[in-house]
Design a protein around this ligand. Structure first.
Ligand SMILES: Nc1ncnc2c1ncn2[C@@H]1O[C@H](COP(=O)(O)OP(=O)(O)OP(=O)(O)O)[C@@H](O)[C@H]1O
Ligand SMILES: [Mg+2]
Length: 232
């Protein structure tokens, strides 16, 4: 079933036309990769979905209802959670306060604070301490904040970015586990191999346009697009 759909979306930063007639869809239970080089518009796509970048024309539908240009808080309440590139942890709040704040803008569901601490032991150990965390712990907290909102879809923006290889592997394992539990994810990940190993389908962006799309097998078979737009 179609959960999220972008149809002919155009978005601008000032006068720069960033997203150009962008269309894509994510079905319930799927992990969909947004691939492309730096600056191709992947983060802007996630921000437009979340209401953080305004959409000039086109539609974004969630459960079939238009949500483009709704307030980010309302979009979160409807069941969309973003794990942003820059993580946005509040270091002066405790880990628990960071989680409870995120829960406020989310929905009730299976993810509770207690369950988060069972799932992420490192967060449980620090729940009452200020969230002055290492990069890997921050990313775990950023993902945990998305989960505690019990979203219908999680938008993940380069979750492994900037982490030491071993820590990045831990975060990758978490994403894999969340996927295996049947969660719907729209994933931006720079490492094409990792992105493809985590996803069911993908869209390749270049200059804010979709230039290739399909199942992971179809994308792999499209050597020309892979070479031209992803340089692999
Ligand atoms: N706040 C902003 N103001 C003006 N231009 C921006 C802004 N943010 C991004 N851009 C521009 O929009 C384009 C798309 O950026 P976006 O952040 O979506 O790329 P990306 O695919 O996520 O790549 P990366 O994360 O590697 O930068 C780029 O040309 C970028 O320079
Ligand atoms: Mg980005």
């Amino acid at each position: 079933m179609k959960l999220l759909e972008l149809e002919g979306v155009n978005a601008f930063y000032d006068k720069s036309h960033i997203l150009q007639d962008l269309s894509l869809e994510v079905n319930e239970g799927e992990v969909v990769a947004l691939l492309g080089r730096n600056g191709s518009g992947r983060s802007t796509t996630l921000k437009a979905i979340m209401g953080l970048v305004s959409v000039r024309s086109g539609a974004i539908r969630f459960h079939g209802r238009a949500i483009q240009n709704h307030a980010p808080f309302n979009i979160a309440k409807q069941g969309i959670a973003l794990v942003p590139e820059d993580r946005r942890i509040f270091p002066n709040l405790t880990v628990g306060e960071n989680l409870r704040l995120a829960a406020l803008s989310g929905r009730k569901g299976p993810w509770t604070e207690a369950r988060i601490y069972e799932y992420f032991h490192v967060l449980g150990e620090r729940k009452d301490k200020p969230a002055k965390l290492s990069g890997g712990e921050q990313q775990m907290l950023a993902i945990a904040r998305a989960l505690i909102a019990n979203p219908a879809i999680i938008l993940l923006d380069e979750p492994m970015e900037g982490l030491a290889p071993l820590i990045a592997r831990n975060v990758e394992d978490v994403v894999r586990r969340i996927r295996e539990e049947g969660n719907t994810i729209l994933l931006v990940e720079q490492n094409v191999e990792i992105a493809m190993s985590l996803s069911d389908r993908g869209y390749v962006l270049s200059n804010g346009r979709v230039v290739a799309s399909g199942t992971i097998a179809e994308l792999r078979a499209d050597a020309a697009a892979m070479q031209r737009y992803l340089a692999v």
